[in-house]
Design a protein around this ligand. Structure first.
Ligand SMILES: Nc1ncnc2c1ncn2[C@@H]1O[C@H](COP(=O)(O)OP(=O)(O)OP(=O)(O)O)[C@@H](O)[C@H]1O
Ligand SMILES: [Mg+2]
Length: 328
């Protein structure tokens, strides 16, 4: 039964839906809500909605109430493209379903397009991660292995040159250079996937990072959920590197008493905060490599980075990274 006047029911439903969509809601939840609100506020017996993109199913399907006859179907059209089909079951006369559908269409279009963008972003991140993985393997197995064997042979040759001190020195020098290059390769490999991440996962690696920075005159606390769901490896590397630079900056520049490293996750995102209670960033201070690199790492995985003065304290700096939290 419709308790409200039809237009009021439609407007109430749309208001509630818009408020939820503004929150960090998954498309599947929004679509389910659109059906539930149709039942609650338009007085239909049931409602079903499936989203479309270029005529194909776009992954979301929801229903609410009962599928009673008659069924009235309406396409959700926005800027000439159909983004979904809404079915209303046993709608009362004049319940406002056309207004509901008209106003719902841009919201559903935005959801479908956002989801498509997220999927494409995920594909880019996954492709980049696969490339990093290949690079790591090639560096380790190819260059690294060959250099190690060159170094060994040079060391053996140096040992053999007992009666040629000049030759021996040159060869030993070359062996040391090979060892140095190998160490550089090792650090490039580690940078592509920090060892702590591989061993302890993101949560464990962040806790270790905070512990390593703690106690040098500044207290470093970590507030990290004990278990974080598996994220894209590239997102984990970005989060870890941003945390490392954020902590380094706080210890180097802030003269802070405490620094807090915090992580929060929602259905679709990971928030990483590095908050210090130090003197704040001096105005007009040019950016170094560190802040630029944090911002680039966030952007590369489809996230954002902001550096703000603390609003909850008279002074201090907050570095906040919002990274996509989609699972692998
Ligand atoms: N937490 C902070 N508190 C106060 N000032 C900061 C903080 N973080 C950064 N700054 C200021 O911003 C400047 C730029 O930081 P950025 O990390 O880009 O470069 P850097 O730390 O100076 O050098 P590097 O390239 O080695 O990172 C710093 O020199 C410092 O003045
Ligand atoms: Mg720095």
């Amino acid at each position: 039964m419709v308790k409200e006047r039809p237009e009021r029911g439609v407007q109430a439903a749309l208001r509630l839906l818009a408020a939820r969509i503004r929150d960090d809601v998954r498309p599947a939840e929004a679509v389910t809500l659109a059906c539930e609100l149709a039942v609650a506020h338009l007085g239909v017996a049931g409602a079903a909605l499936r989203t479309l993109r270029r005529g194909a199913a776009a992954g979301c399907r929801a229903r609410a109430g009962e599928p009673a006859a008659p069924a009235v179907r309406r396409p959700l059209v926005h800027q000439g493209e159909v983004y979904g089909v809404f079915s209303f079951y046993a709608p009362p006369r004049g319940c406002g379903l056309d207004t509901y559908v008209d106003q719902l269409a841009p919201m559903v279009a935005a959801l479908v397009l956002r989801e498509e963008l997220r999927r494409r972003g995920d594909q880019v991140v996954a492709a980049r991660e696969a490339e990093r993985h290949r690079l790591r393997r090639d560096l380790h197995d190819g260059l690294g292995g060959n250099l190690a064997s060159i170094r060994l042979r040079l060391e053996t040759a140096a040992d053999l040159l007992v009666h040629e001190p000049r030759g021996r020195r040159l060869v030993a020098d070359a062996a040391r250079t090979a060892a140095g290059i190998n160490a550089e390769i090792r650090s490039v490999i580690d940078d592509l996937r920090p060892p702590d991440l591989a061993e302890a996962g993101l949560a464990g690696a962040l806790v270790r990072l905070a512990a390593r920075h703690d106690g040098s005159g500044t207290e470093v606390r970590a507030r990290v959920p004990r278990r974080l769901r598996a994220l894209h490896p590239a997102v984990e590397v970005a989060a870890y590197r941003i945390a490392a630079e954020g902590l380094t900056n706080a210890l180097r520049h802030a003269a802070a008493r405490t620094v807090q490293l915090g992580v929060w996750t929602s259905a679709t995102a990971l928030r990483l905060d590095i908050a210090d209670d130090g003197q704040g960033r001096p105005p007009r201070r040019p950016l170094g490599l560190g802040i630029a690199s944090m911002a680039r790492r966030a952007e590369e995985v489809g996230g954002t980075l902001r550096i703000l003065p603390r609003t909850d304290l008279p002074h201090g700096t907050l570095v906040r990274a919002l990274l996509p939290g989609g699972t692998v």
